[in-house]
Write a protein of this length. Structure first.
Length: 176
């Protein structure tokens, strides 16, 4: 797909669970690829660089410390991370700064059901986080389908429907 013609998929259903330490976004996405293929996209630094909002300093498929570098144009910001659980190809859990991300992969008849649980301190930012992951997962889907568009990160996301997704998710979660 030509990058200029890329448009995000419509907003999907998502949830927001209140937790003791904030709020957890629950985003589910069905992908047309087996869990092992999706796992590689979630853990391999070279694959992450093609779709994720950050760069990883190592493979995230094993427990231990890591550094995730947020990218926004020429700006780079390093955040400490710790992979706490890595059970290929079904469960990946790591911290990203103060946030906690849990990726669950379940095989389906047509590929993989990916469930992302992203815990943040402030419920008010959940629509922004949801919009960001929505775009990233659309880009990841294109990559896995063999039709990469390249990463869409930081302020550039505004050129690809981020604000509209944020507003739709805020309305869906009654946070508008």
């Amino acid at each position: 797909m030509d990058r200029d013609s890329f448009r995000p998929s419509p907003p999907g259903e998502l949830g927001c669970e209140t937790t003791g330490g904030g709020a957890t976004l629950v985003l589910v996405r069905d992908l047309r690829h087996p869990p092992a293929t999706v796992w590689a996209a979630l853990t391999d630094p070279a694959r992450l660089a093609e779709w994720a909002p950050f760069l990883a300093d190592r493979d995230l498929g094993t427990p231990g410390a890591a550094v995730l570098t947020m990218v926004d144009g020429a700006t780079r910001e390093e955040h400490p991370a710790v992979v706490g659980r890595a059970e290929p190809p079904h469960l990946l859990e790591y911290t990203w700064g103060d946030d906690l991300l849990r990726w669950e992969l379940a095989a389906t008849d047509t590929g993989t059901r990916l469930t992302l649980r992203h815990t943040v301190a402030d419920r008010a930012i959940v629509p922004m986080v949801a919009a960001g992951w929505h775009l990233c997962l659309d880009v990841a889907g294109q990559l896995l389908d063999g039709d990469p568009v390249g990463p869409i990160r930081g302020a550039e996301a505004k050129d690809f429907g981020w604000a509209e997704l944020r507003d739709a998710y805020a309305e869906q979660l009654d946070l508008g």
